[in-house]
Every structure is written in structure tokens, then in C-alpha cells.
Design a protein around this ligand. Structure first.
Ligand code: MG
Length: 172
């Protein structure tokens, strides 16, 4: 059994993960339309990862005898001024997700739900990685500034990113 409070909070988080997926899919579409195929690939993989995050929470809620409620997904922006702006938005968004995961963690402690708290440990580490990656790409895009060749090279590099099923989902 899982408390109604935790169940509601996890359902909220499932919605937030799907919204993230939607956001990165939009960034992928936009990047592709702008001719940045590698950046588009990076965001499309990010889209898959966010769907996986939602699935991890779905599987967890079901394993605890909870009920999953799939809520409406809000619309997302459709264009960004530059790759730099897209990654700045990515970082800003991931910082919000980190705050949500932390709030969920605090709620699990408050409710003495140690199984949920334990499940969240992976997400806490994942958020560190998400923010670090976004920071790193922002730094590199700032260095690149208006240099087309350097942007081309970064785009080529991001084209090689491949999707790996996140560990908690792969283990399922
Ligand atoms: Mg996520």
C-alpha cells in the first residue's frame, strides 16, 4: 500500500516527466528544422529518457498497489533563438525537476515511506547528471559563440549519442 499523498505526488511527477519528454521532443523537432541534425538527435534521445523516467514511476506505483493517473500534458514552446537558448532552457527546466524530486524525497521522509525514498535515490543522482550535462553544453556553446565550424563539430559529436535504457527500467 502507498499513502494517497505519495500516490498523488508520484502521479504529479509522472506528468512532469512526460512534459519534459514533450519539451525535448519539441527541441528536437526545432533543431532538425534549423539544420542541426546532431543536436536534434541529442534531444530526441533526451525525449526517450524522459519517457523512461515516467515509466519507472509508473512501474513503481503499480508495484506498490497504487493507481496511475495520466493527466493532460500542457503545451510546450516550439522555438528557440539558438542552440544556446535551447540548452539554457534545458538547464532551467532540469533545475525545476530537481526541486520536484527533492520535494518528493522530503514528502517520503515525512510520510515514513522509506521504499519511495529509496526509489528516489536513483533520480537524485540522475538529476546531478542532467544538470551537469546541460551546464557543460552551455559552456561549450558560449565558447563557440558565432563560430559556424565549431558549431558544426559539436553537432557532429552530438549526432553520435545513443539511447541506453535507464538502469531501473532495464532491470524491470
Ligand atoms: Mg526526468
Amino acid at each position: 500500500m502507498i499513502s494517497p499523498k505519495i500516490q498523488d505526488a508520484i502521479n504529479q511527477q509522472i506528468n512532469a516527466e512526460f512534459w519534459s519528454a514533450y519539451l525535448y521532443l519539441a527541441m528536437g523537432m526545432h533543431s532538425e528544422a534549423e539544420g542541426h541534425q546532431g543536436i536534434a538527435n541529442w534531444f530526441r534521445i533526451q525525449f526517450k529518457e524522459e519517457q523512461a523516467h515516467a515509466e519507472i514511476f509508473i512501474n513503481y506505483l503499480l508495484s506498490r498497489g497504487g493507481r496511475v493517473e495520466l493527466k493532460a500534458i500542457d503545451a510546450v514552446p516550439t522555438s528557440w533563438e539558438s542552440p544556446l537558448e535551447a540548452f539554457e532552457h534545458t538547464l532551467e527546466h532540469e533545475e525545476k525537476v530537481t526541486a520536484m524530486i527533492n520535494a518528493l524525497y522530503a514528502l517520503a521522509e515525512q510520510e515514513h515511506d522509506y521504499a519511495t525514498r529509496g526509489k528516489l535515490d536513483w533520480f537524485v543522482s540522475e538529476q546531478v547528471e542532467e544538470e551537469e550535462t546541460a551546464h557543460n553544453l552551455i559552456d561549450r556553446l558560449k565558447l563557440i559563440a558565432g563560430d559556424g565550424l565549431a558549431l558544426y563539430m559539436l553537432d557532429q559529436e552530438l549526432a553520435s549519442r545513443v539511447y541506453n535504457v535507464p538502469a531501473p527500467l532495464a532491470a524491470k
